[in-house]
Design a protein around this ligand. Structure first.
Ligand code: SAM
Length: 279
């Protein structure tokens, strides 16, 4: 998978060289290129922002700089206002950035070599394991990290209207200073699902939020079985794999019901077994 990251703080991503992510790059599974957005500016101050149209606090990232950078990275021909011949509405200016066109199905994504452009945005739909799984099939992801009050809303609209798969995701209901941390979070979630990334592929099969009937995972323990007076559930040391599986499944259902009842609401009841229904 090729990953381009556009940011005004490229040094933020030096941490991508460590751990499994670093090893995946060494093995050629991932090719990560970080780009400094300021390299596409033309003024002496390398400005990437300007005051908000309509007034208000803070600064907004300018569309021209982003477009020069994205046109180059995406191999798209630059368009001026004259050559594009499109009106504001045709460019999607009136649309809210989060009102993205529906995402293509995983099948479409996996066979599609076109880049997927992703902008972190606190006012976009939430990024989740389903999105991570879908994006793990892509061949080329381009991430654009916002800063200040965010990026000009016309940027995602412009590339979406030119047929590109453009996504905007929030990583949670809070506001960060910039998109760099959000991109790091998304990258961790996406890349560990790429076949060959994890040392043991079974590690990602039974995890929280994973699979069609996603639950929170059961609790995990390691040795010693008794530690500071706390003993692991005896069934886990019984050697009876059937009973261990049932115990873990019940625990997963109970924890999910207690901590994330919304996930229980979303379960497909026909996929539950008889014992599950009693839980
Ligand atoms: N004015 C924006 C708002 O209130 O929605 C917040 C802008 S934030 C200070 C600057 C940038 O950080 C955003 O453009 C986005 O790229 C990133 N960001 C902040 N919080 C985020 C979140 N929860 N999820 C994803 N990206 C986030």
């Amino acid at each position: 998978m090729k990953i381009d990251i556009i940011t005004v703080f490229p040094e933020y991503f030096t941490a991508l060289g460590i751990g499994l992510f670093g090893k995946a790059q060494e093995r050629g599974l991932l090719q990560v290129i970080t780009h400094n957005l300021r390299d596409w500016t033309h003024d002496v101050h390398h400005s990437v922002d300007d005051t908000p149209v309509g007034g208000g606090a803070g600064m907004v990232m300018k569309p021209e700089v982003w477009a020069e950078c994205l046109d180059e990275l995406l191999g798209m021909k630059a368009e001026t206002e004259e050559t594009s011949g499109m009106t504001g509405n045709e460019l999607g200016i009136a649309r809210h950035p989060a009102d993205a066109a529906p995402a293509p199905s995983p099948q479409e994504t996996s066979t599609d070599a076109r880049p997927i452009l992703i902008f972190p945005n606190p006012s976009a739909p939430l990024f989740n394991q389903k999105a991570a799984t879908e994006l793990s099939h892509a061949r080329h992801l381009v991430f654009g990290c916002g800063r200040y009050e965010g990026y000009d809303a016309r940027i995602p609209c412009y590339y979406r209207d030119r047929g590109l798969d453009v996504r905007e995701y929030s990583i949670g209901d809070y506001v960060l200073n910039g998109g760099e941390a959000a991109v790091s979070v998304m990258l961790e979630a996406i890349t560990r699902l790429i076949p060959g990334f994890m040392g043991n592929p079974d590690s990602i099969v039974e995890e929280s939020y994973t699979g069609s009937n996603a639950l929170l995972e059961h609790l995990q323990y390691t040795r010693p079985t008794t530690w500071r007076g706390l003993t692991v559930p005896s069934i886990l040391t019984s050697g009876d794999h059937g009973k261990v599986d049932r115990f873990r499944r019940d625990e997963a259902l109970e924890r999910t019901d207690r901590i994330r009842p919304d996930l229980i609401e979303a379960l497909d009841c026909s996929a539950l077994d008889k014992a599950d229904r009693k839980t």
